[in-house]
Ligand binder design. Structure first.
Ligand code: IPD
Ligand code: CA
Length: 270
C-alpha cells in the first residue's frame, strides 16, 4: 500500500507550497496598484476583496493545477475542487487584505497541504517582512532557513497576547468585551491584521500567545502547523482542535491558562 505520508510526498508538497507562495508573494509585492480599490465585499461592508486577492488565488491554483493536477483545493476567494489524490490545498491568497489595501506591511500568503484532516505542510510568506515561515509535520518549523521556536511561557500577567476581530459588528462587540476582560491581566494585546502571521509570531516568540474566534480554515491551516512544529500548543475550547469557534496558540504552560480563561469569558460564542 502506498504510504501517502511518506517523506517524498511531504518533500514534494513543501517544495510546491514554497514555490506557489513565493510566486504569489512577489506578484502581490511588486504588482500592487497605487490606486488599489475594493473589488467586492463579503460578510459586511468592511470585509473586502481586492482584484489582487482574486488574481493571487488564480495564480496559486493555476500553478497547483500544473504541478499537482489530482489534488483538491479550497481557497478563500472561491476555489473549491475535490481532487482524487487525497491531498487538499488550503489557500489564503492574501491574509490581511485590509493591511494590503492600506499599504501596511503585515499581510501574507498562506498555503497548507492536508491529507484528510491532517495538515502535512504549511507555508506562510510575508514578503514585506522578507520572511517565509514553513513547517512539515514532525519535522520542525523554520523562518527562512532558521529554526523557529516558541518563547518560554511567561507568567500569565506578563504575556503578550495577539488577537483579531471578525467583520460582523455583533461579533466584534463580543470580542471587544473579551479583550476588555483580558487586557488588565496580561502584559499587552496586539492586533496585527493577519491571523496567519499571528500564528507564526507565536512560533517565532514574537508573541507569547494568540487567540481568535471566527477564523476560516484558510486563515489557520498553515499557521497552526507552523506554531505546533515550533513547540506551541494549539486548540480551541478545552479538548477541541482549533476551529472557527475558537483558535488558541501558546507555549505549553501559558496555553492551558489562556484556554481556561477564554472558556470562562465565553470567547467561543457571539
Ligand atoms: C482576516 C485576518 C485578520 C483576522 C480576520 C480574518 P483576511 O483575514 O486574518 O487578522 O482578524 O478574522 O478574516 O480577510 O484578511 O483574509
Ligand atoms: Ca484570511
Amino acid at each position: 500500500m502506498t504510504d501517502l505520508k511518506a517523506e517524498p510526498l511531504k518533500a514534494e508538497l513543501l517544495e510546491v507550497a514554497l514555490e506557489a507562495a513565493a510566486r504569489a508573494g512577489s506578484f502581490l509585492r511588486d504588482g500592487r496598484p497605487a490606486d488599489l480599490g475594493v473589488a467586492a465585499t463579503k460578510t459586511s461592508a468592511v470585509d473586502v476583496v481586492t482584484e489582487m486577492d482574486i488574481a493571487s488565488e488564480k495564480l496559486i491554483t493555476g500553478f497547483l493545477a500544473e504541478r499537482r493536477p489530482n489534488d483538491g483545493v479550497l481557497g478563500e476567494e472561491g476555489a473549491s475542487t475535490t481532487g482524487s489524490s487525497g491531498v487538499t490545498w488550503v489557500i489564503d491568497p492574501i491574509d490581511g487584505t485590509v493591511n494590503y489595501l492600506y499599504g501596511r506591511p503585515d499581510w501574507s500568503v498562506s498555503i497548507a497541504a492536508r491529507l484528510g484532516d491532517e495538515t502535512l505542510v504549511g507555508v506562510v510568506a510575508a514578503p514585506l517582512r522578507g520572511e517565509t515561515y514553513r513547517a512539515v509535520l514532525g519535522e520542525g518549523a523554520y523562518v527562512n532557513d532558521r529554526p523557529a521556536r516558541v518563547r518560554v511561557a511567561p507568567p500569565f500577567e506578563q504575556a503578550l497576547v495577539g488577537t483579531g476581530f471578525g467583520y460582523l459588528a455583533a461579533r466584534r462587540a463580543r470580542q471587544a468585551d473579551v479583550v476588555r476582560e483580558l487586557v488588565p491581566h496580561v502584559r499587552d494585546i496586539r492586533r496585527c491584521g493577519s491571523a496567519a502571521i499571528d500564528l507564526c509570531d507565536v512560533a517565532l516568540g514574537r508573541l507569547d500567545a494568540y487567540y481568535e474566534r471566527g477564523l476560516n480554515p484558510w486563515d489557520l491551516a498553515a499557521g497552526d502547523l507552523i506554531a505546533r512544529e515550533a513547540g506551541a500548543l494549539t486548540g480551541g475550547r478545552p479538548g477541541e482542535v482549533p476551529s472557527g469557534e475558537l483558535t488558541i496558540a501558546a507555549a505549553p504552560g501559558l496555553f492551558e491558562q489562556l484556554q481556561t480563561r477564554l472558556e470562562e469569558l465565553g470567547a467561543w460564542h457571539d
